[in-house]
Design a protein. Sequence first.
Length: 180
Amino acid sequence: MIWPRQRLRTHQVIAYESGVAGAADPLGGSYAVEYLTSEIERLAAEYIDKIDAMGGMLAAIEAGYPQREIERAAYDYQKAVETGEEVVVGVNRFQIKEEATIPILKIDPAFERAQVERVRKVRAERDAAAATAALKEVERAARFGENLMPRIITAVEAYATLGEVADAMRRVFGEYSEAI
């Protein structure tokens, strides 16, 4: 059984968020769909041409172009939502005044301490030489562009932790940081 509110929200999303209500017959002869498809193709081609003019995607990334475009689009969309130009059902239109109680997950400090102790115990009881060798092999494979999965499996079977495996790869690949 679909609850009445779900039905209402479905109608509101179709009417206000999808844009289909703006066309008299949105699928009539597929004109609206064809128009929207053509618009997407045209706009995508404009982006591709702009990126090509920058010297390709790598040059665009190094110049921070894609990130700026994402940030600009997110800003413009948020501004449109806040002014009501864009409708988001349940957020800026058709809100329900009921008090929503959102359960917050709180980790018991005793559980956290127990988990830390389990990791310490595993590290103390494992074959340290095997774990170290497996982690070095992960790092070596990463350095030479080899398949990492078998090496990671061997490291995990030697009781290397997720953090240790990630650290081995970080030493080779580094960490992502924004170009901007």
